[in-house]
Design a protein. Structure first.
Length: 505
């Protein structure tokens, strides 16, 4: 099987590169940028891609790489920071740009190259950089430029080194996927030979290797991520697996019952922990504190479940890569700590097993379909592990939970009845901890507003707000104000990601 390595220098979108490579049906793995060359060469990669990153190559402690990787003839593609790092290592000139370039820009090809096959000579690309390559390293040819970036792409054919200043992995570069395929198929001579079914055996083997001969718990919330992780774990471990659903009091309306009914053949235990979670969250309003508290309480609840089952060493989670990216890393900035990544307590005693850690949601869905899971699970809308706690802006109280749960049920019901459930990535309600004046029945009210949020996305890393029909919004708002006590105003969130995130906390 063909194999590509992406070296990670901290870009929030670095895993999108891997996702695009997988879309081209080539298996891809992400490794830290400073991974030793000996370790990388032992994997026999067919190509290497250097990711972007938020740092400048001039900064003290800026991410770097083993320079010898550029001397083995392996095809290497540098992207943004990866291009600048390649230039600096090979004695070219990198300098701060007089005009920083962010967003869409027009790029013009200035030399023929196999990188450009099927791409117009002038095309739109997505830039995000403050430094530029002033002069290419010896042996490199300039391939393209933009009005503010004289060297937007370059290559050294003899050493099989290629680089672009823009981001071909994002949708804002319309021909970006074509460029990546050109690099993989024509330059690296890689055959597309990887399919979703390959992930099944890989995930099963990972679970068996990490769990060994012991028993394991799988965290089952009913969402697609945990369901796929549970299905993989069941194939890997059989009777040595127990599934645990933590009822933390923050689930959607009727969700605990739905999950139990959906997994009749699994050794599924429901750990009731509403009082523990609510007590721990009392008086807490900071989103990061909420997530870390919930991560800690999840582990404590699983420890209690383990004590009832017997000796269990491993905990299997449905962690996916957007969770990891947003929780930060060696060179990446923290967007928010996910309860199952940055929120895990240091004193937890489980071996954490995450067979989906490097996958995006759409890839998890493909894996679920390959495993034979029903569409009702595979296409279920995402729901955050911390549950309704991160859809309450402010303190999590029983009253707030009841309000947002009822509003959320109305939003989801109306979306489903409108036939839009499969077209929308997520649709839900958020409760704000502010008050606004209203009038109901000729009387003054001083209630809380609810935000309706509906987004479309492919991978959860970027998203756009859905243009819901005004009639549907009107029906949702009327029902929420009329049926949810304490709510007197409804607003619709029209923010994309970025700059916002999908969830409010």
């Amino acid at each position: 099987m063909s194999y590509v390595i992406v070296l990670d220098f901290g870009a929030q979108y670095n895993q999108l590169i891997a996702r695009r490579v997988r879309e081209a049906e080539v298996f891809c793995e992400v490794l830290p940028g400073d991974t030793p060359a000996s370790e990388i060469l032992a994997k026999h990669p067919d190509a290497i891609i250097l990711s972007g990153g938020p740092a400048s190559v001039f900064e003290p402690g800026a991410p770097t790489m083993d320079a010898s990787l550029l001397t083995h003839g392996i095809p290497v593609l540098g992207i943004c920071y990866g291009m600048q790092l390649m230039t600096r290592i090979l004695h070219g000139d990198v300098r701060p740009s007089q005009e920083r370039e962010y967003g869409r820009t027009a790029m013009t090809q200035v030399a023929h190259s196999p990188l450009w096959e099927g791409i117009p000579s002038s095309s739109q690309v997505w830039m995000s950089h403050g430094d530029i390559v002033g002069s290419a390293p010896p042996g490199f040819e300039v391939l393209a430029s933009t009005p503010t970036t004289p060297i937007a792409a370059m290559a050294d054919l003899r050493r099989n080194l290629w680089a672009v200043q823009y981001h071909p992995e994002v949708h804002h570069t319309p021909q970006g996927f074509q460029l990546l395929k050109n690099f993989l198929y024509h330059i690296a001579q890689i055959a597309p030979d990887w399919r979703p079914d390959d992930m099944v055996e890989r995930g099963i083997q990972q679970i068996r290797d990490q769990v060994g001969d012991g028993r394991a718990l799988v965290a089952l919330s009913g969402g697609v991520d945990s369901a796929v992780a549970a299905a993989l774990a069941h194939r890997a471990l059989g009777s040595r697996l127990s599934a645990v659903l933590i009822d933390h009091g923050l689930m959607r309306a009727g969700e605990v019952e739905e999950v139990v009914a959906a997994f009749p053949d699994v050794d599924l235990r429901v750990e009731r922990a509403q009082s523990e979670f609510l007590a721990a969250l009392q008086g807490v309003t900071d989103p990061e504190a909420k997530r870390k508290i919930i991560g800690r309480e999840f582990i404590r609840a699983f420890e209690r479940a383990r004590d009832q089952i017997g000796i269990v060493d491993s905990l299997i989670q449905g962690t996916v890569y957007p969770d990891v990216i947003e929780s930060g890393g060696k060179h990446a900035q923290t967007i928010k700590s996910h309860h199952n990544v940055g929120g895990l307590p240091e004193d937890q005693e489980f071996t954490i097993v995450e067979p989906l850690r490097w996958l995006f949601k759409d890839e998890v869905r493909r894996l679920g379909a390959a495993l034979g899971l029903p569409d009702s699970i595979v296409w279920r809308q995402p729901f955050p592990g911390p549950g309704l706690a991160v859809r309450i802006v402010g303190e999590v109280t029983p009253e707030a939970i009841a309000m947002v749960r009822q509003a959320d049920a109305i939003v989801r019901q109306e979306v489903r009845e409108a036939g839009l459930e499969r077209q929308i990535w997520q649709a839900f309600a958020v409760l704000l901890d502010i008050r606004s004046v209203g009038v109901m029945g000729d009387g003054r009210t001083y209630g809380q507003p609810v935000v309706i949020r509906a987004v479309e996305s492919q991978d959860g890393m970027t998203a756009d707000w859905v243009r819901l029909p005004s009639e549907l919004l009107d029906k949702m708002a009327s029902r929420i104000v009329g049926e949810v006590p304490g709510v007197n105003r409804v607003v619709y969130d029209i923010t994309s990601k970025p700059p916002g995130t999908i969830e409010w906390e």
